[in-house]
Design a protein. Structure first.
Ligand SMILES: C[S@@+](CC[C@H](N)C(=O)[O-])C[C@H]1O[C@@H](n2cnc3c(N)ncnc32)[C@H](O)[C@@H]1O
Length: 258
């Protein structure tokens, strides 16, 4: 089975050769998830299956930890954290319809949902033992700002686990798109490419050390990645030689600000 986004990407390439514009309209992130929430999570695909499998292998022991699920959507990862023994899980998202989806599925007294923006975290410094941010970093243009916010709320020794679509797949033309159930209209969602170089440079500067990196392949190509880092007990400001962000970008893809 082909990943839908690839088929769509291919279709668009053919369309543009024929002079036909077959690209769907691009929606801003929050608007897209507000609309997608009604049907989000109903379909599975092999790429998401790969991500879920990787997640199972990368999650640390969360027994008695306080965990922030950043961009929690309908709470898929919050549920994993609660199952893994976390003593408190906070799910934050800026889409109310997605949060409503999460609230209908979670039954624990130690689970909290917060409506907020990942770029302006409403938490006290060092509030969490770990942060998990799955399938959402590519929606944020300013990688440095979101990682700095995360670093501020994780205690020394705490973990950060990120998963997302692989930058290679995004640059290859795979987009994040969905079909609005009500109208049948397809939309692409605003997304940005963050290279590993920029993840690494920012994480090192913020005092994290890389623990694990996975790039599962689908039909021979890296389609998702999972990265786990640990905030060093003594935060050390280090330098890492980072090149300038390249500035080419597809229409639906912006290169992040690093
Ligand atoms: C693809 S969904 C992933 C949901 C969940 N993390 C999972 O893996 O099942 C991306 C989620 O990130 C949220 N999101 C994107 N940008 C955000 C931001 N700046 N602040 C808060 N939430 C954000 C969206 O609203 C959406 O619910």
């Amino acid at each position: 089975m082909k990943f839908l986004g690839e088929i769509r990407g291919q279709w668009r390439k053919w369309g543009s050769r024929l002079g036909v514009n077959s690209s769907p309209p691009i929606l801003p992130v929050r608007q897209a998830y507000d609309l997608w929430a009604a049907s989000y999570g109903k379909d599975s695909n092999p790429v998401l299956d790969l991500e879920s499998k990787g997640l199972g292998q990368m999650l640390p022991d969360m027994q008695a930890l306080a965990v922030l699920d950043l961009g929690c959507g309908k709470g898929r990862v919050s549920r994993l954290a609660l199952k893994g023994g976390a003593k408190m899980v906070v799910g934050l998202d800026f889409s109310m319809p997605m949060l409503r989806g999460a609230s209908s599925k979670l039954f624990s007294a130690t689970h909290y949902l917060v409506s907020g923006d990942a770029l302006h975290l409403p938490f006290k410094p060092l509030s969490f033992d770990g942060v998990i941010a799955t399938l959402m970093m590519g929606h944020l243009g300013n990688l440095r700002a979101v990682l700095a916010g995360i670093a501020a709320v994780v205690r020394p020794g705490g973990f950060l686990l990120i998963s997302d679509f692989h930058p290679y797949a995004t640059l290859r033309g795979w987009d994040r798109s969905f079909v609005d159930e009500k109208t049948g209209q397809e939309y692409a969602i605003e997304q940005h490419v963050h290279l590993f170089e920029h993840y690494l440079a920012n994480l090192v500067k913020l005092g994290f050390e890389l623990q694990k990196l996975q790039e599962p392949l689908y039909e021979g190509f890296p389609v998702v990645f999972l990265l786990r880092a640990r905030k060093q007990p003594e935060k050390q400001a280090e330098s890492f030689e980072e090149s300038e962000d390249p500035s080419t970008a597809r229409k639906a893809v912006r290169l992040g600000e690093g």
